[in-house]
Design a protein around this ligand. Sequence first.
Ligand SMILES: [Mn+2]
Length: 429
Amino acid sequence: MSLPLSDELIAEANVREADALEEDYAALGRKLSRAGLDIDSIKNRVAGFSVAVPSWGAGRGGTRFAKFPIPGEPTNIHEKLTDCAVVNQLCRVTPRVSPHFPWDKVSDYAELREEAASLGLGFDAVNSNTFQDQPGQAHSYATGSLSATDPHVRDQAIAHNIECIEIGRKLGSRDLTVWVGDGTNFPGQQDLTRSLDRYLEAAAEVYAALPDDWRMLLEHKLFEPAFYSSVISDWGSSILAAQELGDKAKCLVDLGHHAPNTNIEQIVARLHRFGKLGGFHFNDSKYGDDDLDSGSINPHQLFLIFNELIEAEAHPRGEFRPSYMIDQSHNVTDPIESMLSSAEAIAGSFAKALMVDREALHAAQDANDTMMAFQALRRAYNIDVAPILAKARVEAGGAIDVLGTYRESRWRERKAQERKPVGLGAGIV
Ligand SMILES: [Mn+2]
């Protein structure tokens, strides 16, 4: 394996932080032990936790208005993989990359898989793209893809999704994530029922091409690019579609794809209750699908979501194999720094949720003791889990201070000398 950053750089940075970490970890360990919690067991669970990063997250994103690239951004899948390897080398929480096609197309996928493995990375869910046209494409997705009125467009969208499955097999993926931008901008533009019929019929053809051990993850989104109606707009449409398609179809929850203030943790519980919770796209939002960094706006919501995920894991209803991915648009930061910060926020919420006294919580719930039930959650939420995360990282070869060590590596400055500028390109990712 040849990792992008030097081991010496990380080791030297860790030496400077090691004493303080030991002190903080020991103090937290004593505090947790008074509450009946063993810090090493929690640290070991955290060490087993992972979340995928999207290949497109390695580059700067944008808004509908503009994108402001930075020097040294990755310009192709190979450079994106290298940047994702930097993230994982430092944080040790993101060992898989979720590719997107056709953006990440190459001629030899076996070679790409080997290249990723040499960087300590594997591949996660494959993402299809029928929300924009590609040069030379026979039919346009301007008025829809899997739900298009024109059968040729639907066939093209089906063929693209099946091609993504074929590529994913070569990369070692086991999930196909399908998000369609299909919908309308005007009342009356499409028949709300018949457009769903067309989607279901086309999605069934994609579903039929899934290998036995694969899943099809349906990602819903309330609005954008369609601003009046979306075909798969919410978790209700998503679970109905997944139920109609079959066992291998599951729902994927992107945290930004809901109306503001929606109780997403309850959606998690609902989807799990019916064995349809397939995965997550982590990000944060203030207004809509802002694709801000995970935990930057509402870290409490992220904790409550993980609280439901831990409950779900403890009370499985069929399979519990949620596919976790960071799905953010890094418009104003170095994407590597955003992914490092987000991976820490996500793993931290997982760690906090592990520390909820579930016995006390359930007893308080059964006794209708509202305040004590709330306090069971609040106590865990208030714990500073940073020493646990840092300890898990350093034991896996990562950095205690991920951002500090990254800055010290001068990775972006060095890449700015080597990589060609990405250009202005499209805004939205
Ligand atoms: Mn998403």
